[in-house]
Design a protein around this ligand. Sequence first.
Ligand SMILES: [Zn+2]
Length: 407
Amino acid sequence: MPEGKNRIMTRKLYQDDAYLFVFTAEVLECRARDNENEVILDATAFYPESGGQLYDLGSLDNHAVVNVYENDREQIIHLVQDGVFRPGQTVAGKIDQARRLDNMRKHTGQHILSQAFVRAADARTVSSHLSDIECTIELAREDLTPEDFDRVESAANDIVRQNLTVTTSWYDREQLQTMPIRKIPNREGRLRIVRIGDFDYTACGGTHCGHTGEIGLIKIIGSAKIRGHIRVTFLVGQPALTDYQQKHRTTAELSARLTCHHTDLVEVIERKTDQIISSRRETAQLRNQLFERELPEIMNTAEKVGAVGLVVRETGSDDMKVLKDQALKITGEYTAVAVLYADDKLLVASSKDSGLHAGDLIRHLAERHDLKGGGNPVLAQCGGIDPARMTDIVESTVQLIRERLDR
Ligand SMILES: [Zn+2]
């Protein structure tokens, strides 16, 4: 690197001390960008967005730092709201400590989880991403079992409980030959190696906890296949505990309502779902049987428009199959038009010899009342109708049918 560029690199104070939350530094450059300032200092404790780890927030001379990033000259740029910053001026920096500690826990947790995947499931991490709550890593494997995830998770949390010391040191490339390093970047020059006891050695420029016990719970909460890899979603520290609290509340509530142990919930819900499906089927059959028995009487009392019987009925079942079966039964046996409705559904069926195009009618109706619907000449339907408007819409449908049959 040319000497001139070397001179104005930002000194990364966070690499010497991840627990440095206040510092002073000299302003090297300041440029206005829209309503904000891009401020470059000779040294900073602000971590820039990098390596999947989130940037720091905080303040410079009490002006909010809203973003931090690094340019290709290894200068760290602080995006600062308001304020006036002049080259040569000394500024006081303050890091949002809670956010930084949270990021350190997630990031150190990710190192541990990645090594645990190597050791317990032979799965290498190819990329990682940490966000405010959920973190992800992508593994160079196509398949892992739930048992693999359990084993890896247990191994990772065991390292947390051992409260191993995390250290960082700089090495020349040649010195690394004998070290069991998980990931070596292609970058030239000396490399910063982050070591978690004898468990994990990784080349990394980020911020890490001093001891693994600070991290807290590491919990895998999901996995998905993506681009021939597996993407694992996990939580670290307080978000993991919050997730457990929420899930515990939900399962406790469900267990109480279904009067079973939480480990039996899936089985009990499956059984109840099967019962609901079969009783719905049985109800539909009974309704149809009852309907068939009542049909002659229904047709006797139906309004006649010319030679066409006009049947208007609320079915009492929101099962679309019941509505269809009953409507087609009417129009299959009689010269008739049937308007059947229940809850938010309305269906119109017409026998071929009635002269009414059910699909056209429903399209006209849908347009008039701003509804969604359609169908073919003999069967058409509307759904998602506000039940409070149903009476009006049925009335409007019947009116339209009368007009069309009268023509
Ligand atoms: Zn790291």
